[in-house]
Write a protein that binds this ligand. Structure first.
Ligand code: AMP
Ligand code: TRP
Length: 336
């Protein structure tokens, strides 16, 4: 039996932060040698909210460079740009016509983002999870590693695939494989530095709420110095009354590589004045190799271009073959 196939993506809006890294990309990197992997840059998703056309292509390149800098290895992994493979938008249309509207209206992320935007909500924002379903199902993956916030979109993807197979394919020959979400328990929800009850997010207007992977050491120092804490001495995990404390200890655990038990013991009598410099130093040290590799990659634009060109070719072949089956199942005539 061949290796299981893994697929995931990140939207190319704003910079990558520790939530994206610990909730998603680091897990992709850690598991990659066991799987056949496809990781893409979701630039079509980036225009579901107002965007700056002058920055779109640059954001996409930055994200691709960060994928490589975080340790994705081309021996195991194909990296490509969503908009370079037109099958994504075509399958989205086909899925639009079989997806009940009320499945989309109940999506939590849509409701949250729609509230933020007031009257200017685009059809694309509502349609976002259907595009995501197409992104996934085109590649027939077994597993989709994401952070906790994407769970509902993955369930919708499974529902769309099941419905399509049921309505248009025979049970013995389904068109789409039903993928499983892969959500690792630790790091799946990294919280804001300013509010331990809200997730760290690219769209939070407060820069101090997140640490970006490309933040220089001084900025990391400043953000941790100013992050929200509480007046209690002695730091402990898992106390619901102290969400910031749990989040900061978890970050320390994930970035230092130490075990939860070791950190619980190390920090049990500490105050924040003692803990914050420790967290600062591990964060800077963990991000340094990524930042160094990123600088080397952006020095060589032709390398990145060739990675994305090869990625597109490989991805497009698989996507086209699935799209063809979907078109046939729906009864379209095939062009001569
Ligand atoms: P996005 O930035 O929304 O495109 O998310 C890209 C990936 O990062 C997805 O797998 C998300 O689930 C994950 N992610 C985003 N924010 C967080 C967070 N605060 N904690 C953990 N994972 C996150
Ligand atoms: N919606 C995802 C996010 O915000 C990004 C994404 C788009 C994605 N298409 C995908 C993730 C397909 C996994 C698989 O994180």
């Amino acid at each position: 039996m061949g290796r299981q196939r893994v697929l995931s993506g990140v939207q190319s809006t704003g910079e990558l932060h520790l939530g994206n890294y610990l909730g998603a990309i680091r897990n992709w990197v850690d598991g990659q040698s066991h799987y056949e992997n496809y990781f893409f840059i979701a630039d079509l998703h980036a225009i579901t909210v107002p965007h700056n056309p002058k920055r779109l292509a640059e954001n996409t390149r930055t994200l691709a460079a960060l994928y490589l800098a975080c340790g994705l290895d081309l021996e195991f992994t194909t990296i490509f740009v969503q908009s370079h493979v037109p099958a994504h938008t075509e399958l989205t249309w086909l899925f639009n016509c079989i997806t009940p509207l009320n499945w989309l209206e109940r999506m939590i992320q849509f409701k949250e983002k729609a509230i933020k935007q007031g009257e200017n909500v685009s059809v694309g924002l509502l349609n976002y999870p259907v595009l995501q379903a197409a992104d996934i199902l085109l590649y027939q993956p077994d597993l989709v590693p994401v952070g906790e916030d994407q769970k509902q979109h993955l369930e919708l993807t499974r529902d769309i695939a099941t419905r399509f197979n049921f309505q248009f394919a025979s049970p013995k020959q389904p068109v789409f494989k039903i993928p499983e979400p892969l959500i690792r328990p630790t790091g799946a929800r990294v919280m804001s530095l300013l509010d331990g009850t809200r997730k760290m997010s690219k769209s939070d207007p407060a820069e101090l709420s997140r640490i970006n992977l490309l933040d220089p050491p001084d900025q990391i120092r400043n953000k941790i110095k100013r992050c929200k804490t509480d007046p209690i001495r002695g730091l402990t995990f898992d106390n619901p009354a102290r969400p910031e404390c749990d989040n900061l200890l978890t970050l320390y655990m994930l970035l230092s590589g130490k075990s939860k038990a070791a950190i619980a013991t190390e920090c049990q009598d500490m105050g924040w004045g003692q803990f914050k410099p420790l967290l600062t130093e591990v964060t800077i040290a963990a991000l340094k190799p990524i930042q160094d590799r990123y600088q080397a990659i952006v020095q060589e634009p032709s390398y990145l271009e060739s990675v994305l060109r090869q990625g597109r070719e490989k991805a497009a072949a698989i996507a086209f073959s699935t799209l063809k089956q979907a078109r046939e199942a729906l009864g379209f005539s095939t062009p001569l």
